[in-house]
Design a protein. Structure first.
Ligand SMILES: [Zn+2]
Ligand SMILES: [Zn+2]
Length: 109
């Protein structure tokens, strides 16, 4: 059914709808042109563990033990005394990370 062809605004070739994406400014761009442009945001690696993952610092109020865990780590109890009701997280500014996240999502549709 889907025999409609779309012309890429970059390379001016015709593609099927499955090979076409809309750029943020509503231009039709083919996957190949997008692929050439996507060096800044490698989509494929989004699922891989990030090497440079942000570390969060925690302090246990019960034993005063402080330690660091990766941001994705789900903290359930203090590794030193095992208590889970006295843990507090030290705040650190990570606004730049949130910004980066929302920007890469523009391409993700
Ligand atoms: Zn193209
Ligand atoms: Zn503790």
């Amino acid at each position: 059914m889907d025999s409609k062809r779309y012309k890429c605004s970059k390379c001016m070739k015709d593609y099927a709808s499955s090979e076409i994406r809309l750029s943020p400014n509503s231009k039709i761009v083919c996957l190949y042109c997008l692929g050439q442009k996507a060096t800044i945001e490698p989509k494929q690696e989004a699922k891989k563990p990030v090497v440079n993952e942000e570390m969060l610092e925690y302090t246990c109020g019960a034993c005063k033990y402080s330690f660091k865990r990766k941001k994705s780590f789900v903290l359930t109890s203090c590794p030193y005394c095992g208590k889970n009701d006295s843990l507090s997280q030290k705040k650190s500014g990570d606004a730049s990370n949130i910004l980066k996240d929302s920007m890469s999502r523009q391409y993700d549709f």
